[in-house]
Design a protein around this ligand. Structure first.
Ligand SMILES: *Cc1c(COP(=O)(O)O)cnc(C)c1O
Length: 371
């Protein structure tokens, strides 16, 4: 497929036009999803698509758009966890050393401890802010970072850690879910692999699950494509198309979400019921200086603590706009009490995802729900 050349256009233009075909009279602006299982082979055997598990034009449209933003070859997968498991299975061999964030997405650690035990991996769990001693990198095959981390919102230096991972002979992967490719470009900072759950802000409407991996190395991209085809865990064309359509407003949505997060953080900073407030976009956050250096913009996800689980329940019950839901990055403002999922955080810890509501409405509602 020939797609529109996006040259040096800005983010808003790139998310609107990315992966769209060149204009053609009578053709749709964004072609609909292709659901085919087998395709016509023609007289001389396969030339192009032949079977839906191996390739699909709807996937390639979105892969072209996301890959262009990430700065690499994008491989779509049916969820963020499918992206993580495909990377681990494709890169690691029995006995390899793997470094994981101890404060990152809990299912990554569960996957390693419950499902990949037969690989006999040497697993190190390191909190996002470190300490990143030389010993951590020694003999490692893969270092996975998550920055900003979920749910803590801590940040680590991708460029520095990529350099040190490479010096030790390891690959560096970054779970970029919270930032999205508009917020942070790990491949440009030296990472080898970007992983993301596009269930969150990238698709952003709380209605589909999807994930992707982007890599600079073409050989690794081909290995991931092959792993997807052989595992059989493939994204649905309809979900893919919905994500492509939804991504067109990513720039607008992130702007409003960050505006709302900033307004809420400002309103909560000195609130007597609130402690442990953190948002990488907040000038008083300990990670703000580093985050400002390596991130291109901030999104709407921040965190804070209320006294206990009852205080959280009362907050959600009194709020008219904020709903309790896990996941984040959607149109609706949501709050998730992370201790209920087993995250090692206090009972009253909330991960808050600012949605696209009006800032005044949201601030007013959150303040009355806390009173
Ligand atoms: C949600 C999430 C995942 C998992 O993604 P799914 O699409 O739910 O499989 C992985 N990493 C991070 C940081 C996430 O927030």
């Amino acid at each position: 497929m020939t797609t529109v050349d996006l040259g040096d256009f800005g983010d808003g233009t790139r998310v609107v036009h990315g992966g769209h075909p060149e204009p053609e009279a009578g053709a749709p602006l964004l072609p609909g999803p292709v659901f085919a299982a087998p395709y016509h082979l023609g007289e001389n055997g396969p030339s192009g698509d032949f079977y839906g598990r191996a390739g699909n034009p709807t996937w390639r449209g979105l892969e072209s758009a996301i890959g262009e933003l990430d700065g690499g070859h994008c491989v779509l997968l049916p969820s963020g966890m499918a992206a993580i498991s495909t990377v681990l299975r494709s890169v690691l061999r029995a006995g390899d050393k793997l470094v994981l964030p101890s404060d990152g997405y809990y299912a990554s650690r569960q996957l390693v401890s419950d499902e990949l035990t037969e690989l006999g991996l040497d697993v190190r769990e390191i909190p996002t802010p470190g300490p990143w001693t030389d010993e951590v990198f020694e003999g490692a095959r893969l270092v996975l970072l998550e920055t900003p981390s979920n749910p803590g919102g801590d940040v680590c230096d991708i460029a520095e850690l990529a350099e040190r991972a490479h010096a030790a002979g390891a690959l560096l992967a970054v779970d970029n879910t919270t930032a999205t490719p508009l917020g942070q470009r790990p491949l440009e900072l030296g990472a080898d692999i970007v992983i993301a759950s596009d269930t969150k802000a990238l698709s952003g409407h709380s209605d589909i699950l999807l994930g992707h991996v982007s890599v600079r190395d073409e050989e690794l991209a081909n290995r991931l494509l092959r792993a997807r085809s052989l595992s059989g865990a493939i994204p649905g064309p309809f979900e893919t198309w919905l994500a492509h359509r939804s991504m067109g407003t990513l720039d607008l949505r992130l702007s409003r979400q960050a505006e709302n997060a900033a307004a809420l953080v400002d309103a909560l900073a000195d609130h007597p019921a609130v402690t442990g407030l953190r948002w990488p976009g907040w000038s008083q956050d300990p990670a703000h200086e580093l985050a400002s250096r390596q991130m291109r913009r901030f999104g709407g996800v921040f965190r804070f603590e209320l006294a206990d689980a009852d205080a959280v329940q009362s907050f959600i019950a009194k709020s008219r706009l904020v709903v309790a839901a896990t996941s984040f990055g959607g149109l609706h403002s949501t709050a998730d009490r992370r201790a209920q999922w087993g995250d090692p955080v206090p009972e009253g810890f909330l991960r808050f995802s600012a949605g696209c509501e009006n800032p005044q409405d949201l601030v007013q509602d959150v303040l009355q729900a806390l009173s």
